[in-house]
Design a binder for this molecule. Structure first.
Ligand SMILES: Cc1cc2nc3c(=O)[nH]c(=O)nc-3n(C[C@H](O)[C@H](O)[C@H](O)COP(=O)(O)O)c2cc1C
Length: 380
């Protein structure tokens, strides 16, 4: 069965998906990218182990895997079993993952995620930092799963900003030393980097706040620091422009368009004007002016996902629509979580939504192999 007609350029899902894509230094075998998903299954030192290696090995046929959101800093950890890249001791676990994915023919980058104001001192043992000392509602979790309501974060001072830039660059260096194909900066979903971009979480009066250009400055600087460490062609960035999520409020598309225009111009200028390797765009209206404006302004390939914050997982149809809209790849979260052979399933005449391949939210952030590495492949 072929997919209902979705674009005159493609006759079948396989035609749409099985096209290679150049992304900075690497070439992806197809247009389905595994969206970053923090599954919190590292050890208490933030080191990935065999279970994580197996999870990623199983999914090596994705065009690219973006890893769990992985902390570049001790104070950036969102939970005690989040993987990290802030310590050299964490490198060997990532080396195992890189070798497993590469050995199975895949590509993988680490998503560098500093939780910013979306964590708690009882998780990290350190003060919570953000763009500004602004309150927001929500909670982190302690090791037993108890809620830890967010407190008022500490605004990063000049030394703190320098330390965070250096942490991201050092983490990127470790990722590459481990053999990963690069890193993705998490500048979306309300975490530290996003807290600089959104007007409500950034009330700074220095050169990092007060105007769209200033709010874009810190993320651009972090990207520049990472590019200097590993090369702009090994760097991608995830953004969620115009979205209100995990404390960050971006409810004015005109303001968001201006802020992200500065950001995109900054990304395009890196690597002596060659630009960063890719943009990973999370936005509900991918055909709207804001998303299209960003896509057209950015010089490199853009991956897209319109589903952030929704209860229902995206589908093959969503992915094909994204490709038909002209995005270079579809970033897919929960379907990849629950289908180790997603690309094969979506390009073959295979049913979608078997009960045993339904993502189980109970195991998203807790547990071992159950709901992690035990989703079955398509039986044919
Ligand atoms: C268990 C889980 C963990 C996630 N962790 C991250 C993360 O670490 N970084 C990130 O940028 N997005 C994260 N997301 C969001 C996904 O990347 C994706 O945008 C979202 O699931 C919507 O896409 P989908 O409908 O294809 O799942 C997570 C989603 C899930 C379900």
């Amino acid at each position: 069965m072929t997919e209902p007609e979705f674009n005159p350029e493609f006759d079948t899902a396989a035609d749409a998906i099985l096209r290679p894509l150049a992304v900075g230094r690497i070439t992806l075998a197809n247009r389905i990218v595994q969206a970053p998903m923090g599954r919190l299954r590292a050890d208490l030192q933030g080191c990935p182990g065999e279970l994580m290696t197996e999870f990623y090995r199983q999914r090596a046929d994705m065009g690219l895997i973006v890893s769990d959101g992985t902390s570049p800093s001790r104070d950036g950890r969102v939970f005690v079993t989040q993987p990290g890249l802030y310590d050299d001791d964490q490198i060997p676990g990532w080396t195992d993952i890189a070798e497993a994915v590469h050995g199975a023919g895949g590509r993988i980058v680490a998503q560098l995620m500093h939780a910013g104001w979306n964590t708690h001192q009882d998780v990290t043992g350190l003060p919570v930092v953000s763009a500004s000392a602004v309150d927001h509602r929500g909670w982190a979790h302690d090791a037993k799963g108890n809620r830890l309501p967010f407190g008022t974060p500490t605004a990063l001072d000049a030394a703190g900003l320098g330390r965070i830039r250096a942490d991201f660059a050092a983490a990127a260096g470790r990722a590459v030393r481990a053999g990963l194909d690069g890193v993705e900066l998490h500048a979306a979903n309300g975490y530290l980097l996003h807290s600089f971009l959104a007007p409500n979480s950034n009330t700074r009066t220095d050169s990092y706040g007060g105007s769209p250009e200033n709010r874009a400055r810190f993320v651009t600087e972090v990207a520049a620091a990472v590019a200097a460490e590993i090369g702009a062609d090994r760097l991608g960035v995830r953004i969620s422009p115009g979205m209100t999520i995990q404390g960050a409020v971006e409810d004015d598309d005109a303001v968001a368009a201006e802020t992200y225009a500065h950001l995109i111009d900054g990304f395009n200028a890196l690597g002596d004007g060659t630009g960063i390797a890719y943009l990973n765009l999370a936005q509900p209206d991918l055909d709207g002016d804001l998303a299209r404006g960003i896509r057209d302004r950015f010089h490199g390939p853009v991956f897209a996902n319109r589903n952030t914050g929704t209860k229902v997982a995206s589908t093959r149809r969503d992915a094909l629509d994204i490709l038909a809209l002209g995005y270079d790849a579809a970033a897919v979260g929960r379907p990849a979580l629950a289908n180790p052979d997603l690309v094969e399933r979506w390009t073959a005449d295979a049913p979608e939504g078997n009960p045993e391949n339904t993502p189980d939210p109970k195991t998203f952030y807790f547990g071992g192999a159950a709901g992690y590495t035990d989703y079955p492949v398509y039986a044919g």
